[in-house]
Design a protein around this ligand. Structure first.
Ligand SMILES: [Mg+2]
Length: 377
């Protein structure tokens, strides 16, 4: 089975806010869907965390390397793409685009072999996983109201991030966390994401260390991106000294970039994004590296339904991955699938058992957010 065509289309019209200093608007495109077509009619779907124009430009380089390739060999084809683009901007939009192609190829492999991707990755340790609801921080009263409404949807784990946290005062930081803990109750899992990969993040190690102490008082499960994302030295120090686990790594791409962070022990929890790092092939190797280095792997999932499906399969195939990120309030997660995501009574999400990624896209919803850009048979 050979690859004959690759198409991409950006999602816009309902892009959720990212909490960025330079805030994204609904019509901005930061997620692009990718479809890989084969000569036997099987189509695989993937997703890339970047703008569609960057994906289109990357595909001009990558697609010729894919045409005629065996559509059932995602890992080898992915390695070929990485190896042939070494000089052309590795780690950036090219790698993000390779991620989408790789996810689509695993989808194809699963569809052809009749197996869910997680089984092809080596086996399913679990059939369901706890999704944690991810949402932006707001001032305490509004955040509290928002958390109550999300809790009513059945979630039992929550992550609040970005917004005013670390950007206003220590007093405001604590008011936000106190309000959140009160809203979700003492039994729920609560995480806090400083979002220090935001532009011009100005806090330093002292703030992070002090804030980690404050978070411990509210039973916070992990403290995410508390430091500027390239500050390896302070991450090493903070992980050693913080009473709460330290999470990070969402901006890193390529497995090689994760090596020093994992080997030297910068994180308690590593959060690679499957739509950025190089896809499922790359992320499972990062997951393995994490495991060997005593770091938990819990995927970053601020992306799309296809990214979430890939995360679920990676979680099924990873020994210690019992949670995935669920971005709340995004039609690109909730609306573009035919069968809506549904939590069970314990707030768990079933991992698809059908072949491939195991989800079907609602093509009308895809068209609504991409325009008529996919030329499907
Ligand atoms: Mg984050």
């Amino acid at each position: 089975m050979k690859i004959i065509d690759i198409q991409a289309a950006g999602l816009r019209g309902a892009t959720p806010e990212g909490g960025w200093a330079n805030e994204i608007k609904p019509d901005d495109c930061v997620h692009t869907l990718i479809a890989v077509f084969t000569d036997e009619g099987v189509i695989g779907w993937g997703s890339s965390f970047t703008n569609d124009r960057l994906v289109q430009a990357s595909l001009e380089i990558l697609e010729p390397l894919c045409i005629g390739e065996n559509a059932l060999e995602p890992e080898r084809v992915g390695e070929k793409l990485h190896a042939h683009t070494f000089w052309l901007g590795r780690g950036g939009a090219l790698t993000h685009t390779i991620s989408g192609i790789d996810i689509a190829m695993w989808d194809i492999l699963g569809k052809v072999t009749g197996q869910p991707v997680g089984r092809l990755l080596g086996g399913r340790y679990r059939d369901r996983v706890r999704p944690y609801a991810s949402l932006l921080m707001q001032e305490p009263a509004r955040l509290s109201e928002h958390l109550h409404s999300i809790r009513a949807q059945g979630f039992q784990a929550f992550k609040i991030g970005w917004g005013p946290f670390g950007r206003s005062s220590n007093t405001v930081d604590e008011q936000i966390v106190r309000a959140a803990r009160e809203a979700v109750g003492p039994q729920s899992t609560l995480m806090v994401d400083a979002g220090a990969s935001d532009a011009f993040w100005h806090q330093d190690y002292k703030w992070a260390a002090r804030t980690a102490e404050m978070l411990a008082g509210y039973g916070v499960y992990w403290f995410e991106e508390p430091l500027a994302p390239d500050n390896l030295r302070d991450y090493l120090l903070l992980r050693k000294n913080s009473p709460v686990p330290i999470a990070g790594g969402e901006v890193l791409t390529r497995r090689q970039s994760f090596l020093p962070w994992l080997q030297r022990g910068a994180f308690d929890i590593v959060q690679p994004d499957v739509t950025k790092v190089g896809g499922i092939s790359e992320e499972r190797r990062i997951a393995w590296m994490a495991e060997e280095n005593g770091v938990r792997f819990i995927p970053h999932g601020w992306n799309t339904a296809l990214g979430l499906a890939a995360d679920l399969h990676l979680a099924s195939a990873s020994k210690h991955t019992d949670m995935v990120e669920y971005l709340t309030g995004s039609p690109f997660i909730d609306e573009i699938v035919e069968t809506k995501w549904e939590l069970d009574a314990s707030g768990m999400l079933p991992i698809p058992e059908r072949p491939g990624l195991g989800i079907s896209l609602d093509l009308d919803a895809v068209e609504k957010y991409t325009g008529k850009r996919f030329r499907l048979p």
